[in-house]
Design a protein around this ligand. Structure first.
Ligand code: ZN
Length: 449
């Protein structure tokens, strides 16, 4: 069991509820990193001690100023002299090191009870409530701003998500649901989807094959889960086949086989895969999207093209080409409704999107052939090429030379053709052994060999 878990269990056994434990632990983490031997960093240099050597020196009694040195120490970074004195005496009474985790937890609980905070942590309604209680009424650091409150509550939330039985059960149930929905969705969808939240908002089976893609912007920074939840709402009458969030995660909402309600056009949505992309910038940025979202968009489009036999993406930025998929197979929402979708940023990236997807599609095609296969194919082509050369007619300018060479026996030919004529393969390539033979025959004709 690690220290975090030990602290969680100890505080739970003391009666605090999950929110109370998490809120307290978030604050202790901010103070000491949950290290009971933690010496306030600014004092490490001035006192010439590390966490460990300070702890040892206090334990051995060689350092005598523990109570009055004003250095924050331990889980809660106890600083004020009377609190350090009480902690010191408590450790002496327990016979433990000043840096002992369990001793400090016991001491801390005693303090919380004395401050009237233990009961409040037993009845806390949220991590934030518990966290603020500790921050504002117990730790009271100099900076108690909203930013610090949120930061400390976010630390607490992490412990809550990790150790609260309820949170863990909810997380398991959510994962289970995703797995079930993935299994229920047919295999005709992208395996790249991180979550599957099937929307009731669709028209059932498409009436057209998939030959188009339509990239949309959410005009907001929704997670794929949040977007999926919105598409659960029937009165919204909206959906998309896929969604991508700013972390680059992909959601499946309407199976590819079905027509989504996305582009304000029945004919477009019957043939297009529709993709909503989250915006990490607002209207003033032209609805910017994150690099992670862009990378996932490219990967998803490559996958869609491959499975649906779309050889490449074509983009002209020409509304009049709608439906002429041999010229343009990407469409945008703004062509079908009075909307900015997909926003200036994604719209201007359409040529790059097509180029990036097509480069990946071509690379994939090459990858599909192994080295041995391409080598075998190259040899086959080489054979074909040489046959072509051998059958090729020689040029007129070389006639005298050819006649002379055949006449003196330098060239014997490579066989006979169907009509019984000798073939000389005049345009074929020459090997080194053939060159040696040519010189040899020439030398013999000269009487030199
Ligand atoms: Zn749109």
């Amino acid at each position: 069991m690690n220290a975090d878990e030990k602290i969680w269990r100890y505080l739970k056994s003391a009666g605090l509820n999950d929110f109370g434990v998490a809120g307290l632990m978030g604050n202790l983490f901010a103070e000491s990193g949950l290290n009971p031997k933690s010496l306030q960093n600014t004092f490490e240099r001035s006192l010439g001690y590390t966490d460990d050597t300070y702890t040892q020196a206090v334990d051995k009694g060689t350092y005598k100023n523990f109570i009055y040195d004003k250095a924050g120490y331990g889980l809660a970074q106890w600083t004020y002299w009377s609190r350090k004195r009480d902690l010191y005496n408590f450790a002496r009474k327990r016979g433990t090191s000043i840096g002992d985790l369990t001793m400090q937890m016991e001491y801390l609980l005693g303090e919380l009870r004395a401050y009237g905070l233990a009961t409040k942590l037993t009845n806390a309604k949220s991590v934030r409530e518990a966290s603020d209680l500790i921050l504002l009424q117990f730790e009271k650091p100099r900076d108690q701003s909203d930013a610090v409150q949120r930061k400390r509550a976010s630390y607490g939330q992490q412990y809550y998500d990790k150790y609260s039985a309820e949170a863990v059960a909810a997380k398991n149930a959510a994962e289970q649901k995703v797995a079930e929905q993935k299994a229920a969705a047919s295999g005709e969808n992208s395996a790249l989807a991180d979550v599957v939240i099937l929307s009731p908002n669709h028209s059932g089976k498409r009436t057209h094959i998939i030959d188009t893609v339509s990239i949309h912007c959410m005009a907001g920074n929704l997670s794929v889960e949040r977007c999926g939840q919105l598409f659960q709402n029937k009165s919204m009458r909206a959906s998309s086949n896929y969604g991508i969030d700013s972390d680059g995660r992909i959601g499946l909402y309407v199976e590819e086989a079905n027509r989504s309600w996305c582009t304000s056009s029945s004919s477009n949505d019957n043939r297009a895969i529709t993709i909503e992309v989250a915006n990490d910038g607002g209207a003033e940025t032209g609805w910017h999207v994150s690099d992670k979202a862009y990378r996932s968009l490219i990967s998803l489009l490559v996958d869609i093209c491959q499975r649906n036999h779309i050889p490449k993406l074509l983009w002209q930025g020409d509304k009049s080409l709608i439906g002429q998929t041999n010229k343009q197979n990407m469409t945008v929402h703004r062509w079908f409704a009075n909307k900015a979708c997909p926003g200036a940023y994604l719209y201007s990236l359409h040529p790059k999107i097509a180029a990036d997807v097509n480069a990946r599609l071509e690379a994939k095609e090459d990858e599909e052939m192994s080295y041995e296969q391409s080598y075998e194919q190259w040899k086959e082509y080489m054979e074909m090429y040489r046959k072509e050369l051998q059958g090729g007619l020689p040029a007129a300018w070389s006639k005298d030379a050819r006649d002379w060479a055949v006449g003196i026996g330098m060239f014997n030919g490579v066989g006979k053709d169907e009509d019984g004529n000798t073939m000389y393969a005049w345009r074929d390539t020459t090997t080194r052994e053939q060159i040696a033979s040519l010189f040899y025959r020439f030398a013999r004709w000269l009487g030199k060999a």
